[in-house]
Design a protein around this ligand. Structure first.
Ligand code: CAA
Length: 294
C-alpha cells in the first residue's frame, strides 16, 4: 500500500517549533531562549536516512505546513533537515522501488511537495549537506533558499531510470534556464553551493553552522512586515514564476489595488508622512484573496 506507515510510524518524522528560537552563530539555539515572533521552524526528522522523504514524512510535512499556514500568528516558515549531513536526499528510494504508476497517482504522500508550494505563508528552505532529487525539489518549492557552504544540490533521478517527479524539471528550468537545467537533469551532476549561487537558485550562501540561524533571522525579518502586504507580495512574485507575463502583471495590479484601504497601507503611508516607524497590525485577518481578484 502506497502510504503505509512502516518503521517510521513510531518516530516524529516532522518536528514543529512555533515560535522558533533564535540561533547563534554556533548553530545552537540561544540560551536563555529568544523567541522569534511569527516564525515557525519545521524539521524533516529522519537523519539516519539523510531525511529521505517517505510518503509518511511528506504527509506529515504537508499537514504541519498547512496547519501553520492557517495560524494567523505564523508569518514565515523555515523548513530544514535534522542533522548536518542532509536537507533531504530525495524521495525514499526503497519505498519508490515498490511503486507502480497507479499507486503513485493515488498516493496522498506524493502530493506533499505541491501542498507545501501552495501555502500562502512565505517559506524558506535552510539547506545543509545534500539536497538531492525530491530534496532539492522541496527546497525549490519554497520561496527562498538559504544554503550552507557545504550544501550539494542535484537531480540524480536519471541514475535510477526515472526523471524528477516533484517539480524539478519545471522549477529548475524556470530558474536557471533550459540548457543548464537540461544538463543537470540528464547527467545527474551535483552542484556545490557556490555553483548554485552562481546559477541563481539560492537566496544566499552562508557558513554551514550559521545556516539555520540565518534562515530563521530572514524569516523573522519577513514576519515583522505587514502581514497582508507580505502575502500579497508572495502571491505576486509566485505569479511571475508560474504565469505568462501579462497574467502576472494583472495579478500584481489586482493585489496592489487590493492593499489600498487596508489598515497597514494607511498606517505605512501615515508613518512615512509623520516621519516615524510604522506600527503594523498583529498578523491575521487577511482580507485579500490569494489571486488578488477584487
Ligand atoms: N531514500 C532512502 N534512503 C536513503 C536515501 C533515499 N533517497 N538517501 C540516503 N538514504 C539512506 C541510505 O540508504 C543509508 O541508509 P542505511 O544506513 O540504512 O544503509 C543512509 O541514508 C545513509 O546513506 P549512504 O550510506 O548512502 O550515505 P553516503 O554518504 O554514502 O551517500 C548520498 C550519500 C550520496 C546522498 C546517497 O545516499 C544517495 O545517493 N542517496 C540517494 C539520492 C537519490 O537518488 N535521490 C533521488 C531519489 S528519487 C526522487 O527524489 C524522485 C523525485 O523526484 C520525487
Amino acid at each position: 500500500m502506497a502510504d503505509q506507515l512502516t518503521r517510521d510510524e513510531a518516530q516524529d518524522l516532522v518536528l514543529v517549533e512555533h515560535p522558533a528560537r533564535r540561533h547563534g552563530p554556533d548553530g545552537a539555539p540561544l540560551e536563555p531562549p529568544e523567541w522569534l515572533a511569527g516564525v515557525a521552524l519545521v524539521t524533516l526528522n529522519r537523519p539516519r536516512a539523510l531525511n529521505a522523504l517517505s510518503f509518511a514524512l511528506l504527509l506529515r510535512l504537508a499537514e504541519a505546513v498547512e496547519a501553520l499556514d492557517a495560524d494567523p500568528s505564523c508569518g514565515a516558515i523555515v523548513i530544514t533537515g535534522a542533522g548536518t549531513r542532509a536537507f533531504a536526499a530525495g524521495a525514499d528510494v526503497a519505498e519508490l522501488a515498490t511503486q507502480t504508476a497507479e499507486s503513485l497517482a493515488a498516493s496522498p504522500g506524493f502530493r506533499g511537495w505541491d501542498r507545501v508550494a501552495a501555502v500562502a505563508t512565505p517559506t524558506i528552505a535552510a539547506v545543509r549537506g545534500y539536497a538531492l532529487g525530491g530534496g532539492v525539489e522541496l527546497a525549490l518549492a519554497c520561496d527562498m533558499l538559504v544554503a550552507a557552504d557545504d550544501a550539494t544540490f542535484g537531480q540524480p533521478e536519471i541514475n535510477l531510470g526515472i526523471i524528477p517527479g516533484a517539480g524539478g524539471t519545471q522549477r529548475l528550468a524556470r530558474v536557471i534556464g533550459k540548457a543548464r537545467a537540461m544538463e543537470l537533469v540528464l547527467t545527474g551532476r551535483r552542484v556545490s553551493a557556490a555553483e548554485a549561487d552562481r546559477l541563481g537558485f539560492v537566496t544566499r550562501v552562508v557558513p554551514a553552522r550559521e545556516t539555520l540561524g540565518a534562515a530563521l533571522d530572514l524569516a523573522a525579518a519577513v514576519a515583522a512586515q505587514p502581514a497582508e502586504a507580505v502575502r500579497a507580495a508572495v502571491a505576486a512574485v509566485r505569479a511571475a514564476f508560474e504565469s505568462p507575463l501579462a497574467d502576472g502583471i494583472r495579478v500584481e495590479r489586482d493585489l496592489f489595488r487590493a492593499l489600498f484601504g487596508t489598515p497597514d497601507q494607511a498606517e505605512g503611508m501615515r508613518a512615512f508622512v509623520e516621519r516615524r516607524e510604522p506600527r503594523w497590525r498583529a498578523p491575521g485577518a487577511i482580507a485579500i484573496p490569494p489571486d488578488g481578484a477584487s
